[in-house]
Design a protein around this ligand. Structure first.
Ligand code: DQA
Length: 147
């Protein structure tokens, strides 16, 4: 099983950006958590991608077609604006899990819509970086059940 983990804008600033909301752990720690969890839940390939650019994320999702079995995505601020990322996820039609570090549902009104989330079969919020481990578990169980 192959998983693509996508992180949107400003997630490379983890540990520096708003630590009261996103915690003090760095992006490098997040990558380690994802690699370890991917192994734990039976993925033999886990690619981790981060971009601050919407088009680069769309390109990456398109490239996943025929290459990866599933996607874990934190679109970050693009969650609340990007029909392009939603359409890319729908185009490749790969099973996808949306993850957010913070409890977005308890935050500002403008964070209450998720466009990419409309193409994801599960959403995990408010679990901090461990939410990625949970997302990988949910994706793995989904892919194994599909076999
Ligand atoms: C986020 C929540 C978004 O609203 C925000 O723009 C982010 C991070 C999260 O992981 O909690 O950049 O996706």
């Amino acid at each position: 099983m192959k998983v693509l983990i996508i992180n949107g804008p400003n997630l490379n600033m983890l540990g520096i950006r708003e630590p009261d909301i996103y915690g003090k752990e760095t992006y490098a720690t997040l990558e380690t958590i994802c690699r370890d969890a991917a192994k734990e839940f039976g993925f033999d390939t886990a690619e981790i991608f981060q971009s601050n650019h919407e088009g680069a994320i769309v390109d990456k999702i398109q490239e996943a077609y025929g290459t990866f079995d599933g996607i874990v995505i934190n679109p970050a601020a693009y969650t609340h604006t990007s029909v392009a990322i939603l359409d890319a996820l729908k185009a490749v039609a790969l099973p996808a899990v949306e993850v957010h570090i913070s409890a977005v549902e308890e935050r500002e009104d403008f964070r209450q819509v998720s466009y990419p989330g409309m193409a994801c079969f599960a959403t995990i919020t408010g679990e901090g970086l461990d939410g990625y481990r949970h997302a990988l578990q949910v994706l793995s169980e989904h892919l194994l059940a599909e076999r």
